[in-house]
Write a protein that binds this ligand. Structure first.
Ligand code: ATP
Ligand code: MG
Ligand code: MG
Ligand code: MG
Length: 433
């Protein structure tokens, strides 16, 4: 009779049976008579128990000599184990060492964050990155599921571009055969072209911004999902946005219970954020609310982290702040029909200090106005002629938004710092590994 080779996540289906599992050693405890091997295989974690009385002298010695992160096949019987947080363990009958490991740098003791990110290529194997990045993966898969269901197509935007629609201060510039090129800050303008061709599209790719400030929320390379919808006004867009965010949270609650528990994230609290609708608060009212609560802010400023945190916490759920001052928003946002000084835009702010998750707007459709705004921004019309074409040939009202994947990951997982939300973070002082 052959012994089945399984993965740890499937252990519950094999209680009482002998199985073989390929795994790595995370940690080890033991006495003269027992060795307790904490194992992981990339699908889950569990404990393998080697009892001196049950195995050969040689096997017991092998088990006791195993070093952190050595790899092996372990064979034995699966038992339920109510005391362990993983629920199952193996009573070992055989071990085949595959790859040895010596002086693994990340020991079970406490390490500083900088050290862990210097060792990120190894740190990925540990529980916190494992849980966080599994949840990231759920958010990615759920994004495709949601937009497919809603009739969107994914449109891939270029990453090498000739324009800087989000302003020129945070640009990565590179030489493109003698021309200036930039790493893309956003797929937005391309998504707009796509919406005129396919009605509803989303881009999903990396965005690059040379963020010089050191915050917990800014990476220089992050991933953004940018849906764009023809014939959608702001209300239709906000309704889509809140359903998308609620869908993402629900998927994680459904598929990542173990990971949320490993990270200590409050699932009831997360569940409460899926109750729609999210409040809509005008920028004007937000300023008043902040002033009434002792914030020193004037109409016209952009919100920083303390203001964003206060506003969303005030409503105990994600909140849309709508109609921001024109002067602090991108040139393509639609002018308010009754007011010169604001644009039809919305930021979605997350509670608990996770900040701006989404920025979006209706798009202005007026050729001459957009041309003038591009010039005011000091940008060259030559770079935008193709974009202005969209306003010449059958322009329609349309809206879109950008959701920052890593912001969403920190919000859902409860991680404090955005560097935890991406496999290999890029920040001003981090280019390796
Ligand atoms: P912020 O005000 O936080 O700097 P932004 O208004 O500059 O963000 P947008 O241009 O509106 O950002 O981009 C859309 C979304 O992309 C944001 O709502 C946010 O979720 C995400 N995002 C923006 N910049 C970054 C960054 N540097 N790192 C990670 N995510 C980002
Ligand atoms: Mg910014
Ligand atoms: Mg912002
Ligand atoms: Mg924004």
């Amino acid at each position: 009779q052959t012994i089945p080779t399984i993965q740890i996540k499937d252990a519950p289906q094999y209680v009482g049976q002998t199985v073989k599992i390929g795994a790595w050693l995370r940690n080890k405890r033991g006495s003269g008579k027992m060795a307790f091997l904490q194992l992981r295989d990339g699908t889950a974690f569990f404990q393998a128990v080697v009892a001196k009385a049950d195995v050969s002298e040689k096997l017991f010695e092998t088990a006791k000599e195993l070093k952190q992160e050595s790899s092996m096949y372990v064979t034995g019987v699966i038992n339920q184990d109510k005391r362990s947080k993983f629920g199952y363990e193996m009573k070992v009958s055989d071990i085949q060492v595959i790859g040895e490991s010596h002086d693994y740098p990340i020991t079970p003791k406490e390490h500083g964050t900088e050290f862990l990110f210097d060792e990120r290529h190894l740190y990925l194997r540990h529980i916190k990155p494992f849980a966080t990045l599994k949840i990231r993966n759920t958010l990615i898969a759920a994004t495709y599921e949601f937009f497919n269901k809603e009739g969107f197509i994914k449109l891939d935007a270029p990453l090498l571009t000739g324009s800087a629609p989000e302003g020129t201060t945070e640009l990565f510039e590179t030489d493109y055969f003698g021309q200036d090129a930039y790493l893309s800050q956003t797929g937005q303008l391309y998504a707009e072209s796509g919406a005129m061709a396919f009605s509803k599209v989303f881009t999903f790719g990396p965005a690059f911004r040379a963020e010089k400030s050191k915050t917990r929320r800014h990476l220089t390379e992050f991933w953004m999902i940018e849906p764009e919808m023809a014939f959608y006004d702001q209300d239709a867009s906000l309704e889509l946005q809140e359903r998308y965010v609620a869908f993402l949270i629900e998927k994680v609650l459904e598929q990542n219970e173990q990971e949320l528990d490993l990270l200590g994230r409050d699932k009831e609290l997360l569940k409460s954020y899926t109750k729609l609708p999210f409040p809509r608060v005008s920028y004007d009212d937000a300023i008043k609310l902040l002033q009434d609560n002792g914030f020193d802010v004037e109409w016209g400023v952009d919100f920083g982290s303390p203001e964003e945190t206060f506003l969303a916490n005030h409503f105990s759920k994600p909140v849309f702040i709508v109609n921001f001052p024109k002067a602090i928003k991108a040139f393509y946002m639609k002018r308010h029909p009754e007011r010169e000084d604001v644009v039809v835009s919305a930021d979605l702010l997350a509670p608990e200090g996770y900040g701006e998750i989404i920025g979006g707007s209706e798009r202005d459709t007026d050729y001459d106005y957009l041309k003038q705004r591009i010039e005011e921004e000091g940008q060259s019309l030559e770079d935008y002629n193709w974009y202005l074409d969209l306003r010449k040939f059958g322009s329609v009202p349309h809206s879109g938004f950008g959701l920052g994947l890593e912001r969403m990951v920190t919000f859902v997982t409860g991680e404090e710092h955005i560097r935890e939300a991406i496999p290999f973070p890029r920040m001003m002082h981090r280019l390796r590994p």
